[in-house]
Design a protein around this ligand. Structure first.
Ligand SMILES: [Zn+2]
Length: 114
């Protein structure tokens, strides 16, 4: 094996930049327990909060039956029950990492005169 081994956290970051995953999917992809994934994600979120280039994107859990969206949840795990309709059909939160939109200054913009 000559290829450099990524740490678990680097592997998770790599996966998340490709597409969005649930914690469960990440645990399968990276061969970690969901608990370990959750710990790593907490650190990744914290370090990306300072990043100028990338941002952590979180798609919230949603009730499949009534569409209720679970906002402002601090836990990464899925809520067990909908507070509106008591349904237990709750989608899992999904996570991904995207490039931050660059705030370029238009100092080079020129008015083309004909
Ligand atoms: Zn509901």
């Amino acid at each position: 094996m000559t290829s450099p081994r990524l740490t678990a956290r680097q592997q998770l970051i790599h996966l998340l930049t490709q597409q969005s995953y649930t914690a469960h999917e990440l645990s399968g992809q990276a061969h970690l327990s969901e608990r370990q994934v959750e710990d790593h994600l907490t650190h990744i979120i914290r370090s990306l909060a300072r990043s100028m280039l990338q941002q952590f994107v979180r798609e919230e859990s949603r009730c499949i039956d009534c569409g209720y969206e679970f906002r402002n949840r601090t836990r990464l795990k899925r809520p067990s029950r909908c507070p509106h309709c008591r349904s237990e059909a709750i989608s899992y939160p999904r996570f991904s990492i995207t490039d931050k939109p660059l705030h370029k200054k238009n100092k080079h913009s020129t008015c083309q005169k004909v």
